[in-house]
Design a protein around this ligand. Structure first.
Ligand code: BTN
Length: 262
């Protein structure tokens, strides 16, 4: 149980965003480990500032984590959280094969978006002249337990679709928070990123498949070869290898308006 292992919990009925509340707490001196959980969010957000629809019944949780290691390894925490989410979802549902991870931070159920991870970092003063700044991480997790948003440009789903034995948000949170602590122990501030990367790749959607990645100014296509030692996507393109830090992944070559392949 995460609480028995020294992780505190702030449970709220409603908040704008658990990530934003975590940021405010960090700015007021909080260093964690602390979970901020809310039954609903009024201004939940996802990657790239997108809205995250957050009704009652879904899981909205953010872990404040200081002293995790060097600031440079902070981006690896998204992969740590992804691996933990797979473990937590499997433990909570008893279902091994239906969940997958989509680079960089999506959680899939039967190929549709079930949830996502929003990793943020807040720079804080340390009071130590030799290392005046440190980084406190916010690991935000959203899972559509009860309800999936409609009218999105991609397919989304809810955990409730697996049937009457689907765990509710509170049960899922218990499993996820335990799994995250175990996975952080494995990661050891970045020293254990190799097994995390292996575990992430074992659950990666589209690995080896032809994908397209939308970047701010272009769309690139190729075979999803792997993720590198720091979690960037490695794409084997016609022009050679391309290493990508951030982007939106979808399966298959670009379709032309005539329905053909570009
Ligand atoms: C994504 O897929 O774009 C990431 C979604 C992350 C949503 C969670 S819900 C809890 C936390 N609070 C937020 O406002 N966002 C994250």
């Amino acid at each position: 149980m995460a609480r028995a292992r020294g992780v505190r919990l702030l449970a709220l009925e409603s908040v704008d965003s658990t990530n934003d509340e975590a940021r405010r707490l960090i700015e007021a001196g909080e260093r964690g480990p602390l979970w901020v959980v809310a039954a609903r969010q009024t201004r939940g957000h996802g990657r790239l500032g997108r809205e995250w629809i957050s009704p009652h019944g879904n899981l909205h949780a953010s872990l404040v984590l200081g002293n995790f290691g060097e600031a440079a390894v902070a981006p690896q925490l998204g992969f740590v959280a992804g691996v933990a989410a797979m473990r937590g979802l499997r433990a909570a549902t008893g279902d091994a094969g239906r969940f997958a991870l989509k680079w960089p931070n999506d959680l899939l159920l039967d190929g549709a978006k079930l949830g996502g991870i929003l990793l943020e970092n807040v720079g804080v003063p340390t009071g130590d002249a030799r290392a005046p700044r440190a980084s406190v991480a916010i690991i935000g997790l959203g899972v559509n337990c009860a309800e999936a948003p409609r009218d999105l440009p991609f397919e989304a789903c809810a955990l409730a679709s697996i049937g009457p034995n689907a765990p509710d948000a509170a049960t899922l949170f218990t499993h996820l928070s335990d799994a995250l602590l175990d996975t952080l122990d494995l990661w050891r501030g970045g020293e254990g990123f190799a097994p995390i990367r292996d575990a992430w790749l074992a659950d990666a959607a589209y690995l080896g498949a032809h994908i397209r990645v939308e970047l701010p100014r272009e769309t690139v296509e190729g075979r999803f070869a792997t993720i590198d030692a720091i979690g960037r996507l490695v794409l084997a393109t016609r022009d050679g290898e391309r290493v990508i830090e951030a982007g939106d992944v979808s399966l298959g070559p670009r379709q032309t308006t005539a329905g053909g392949v570009a």
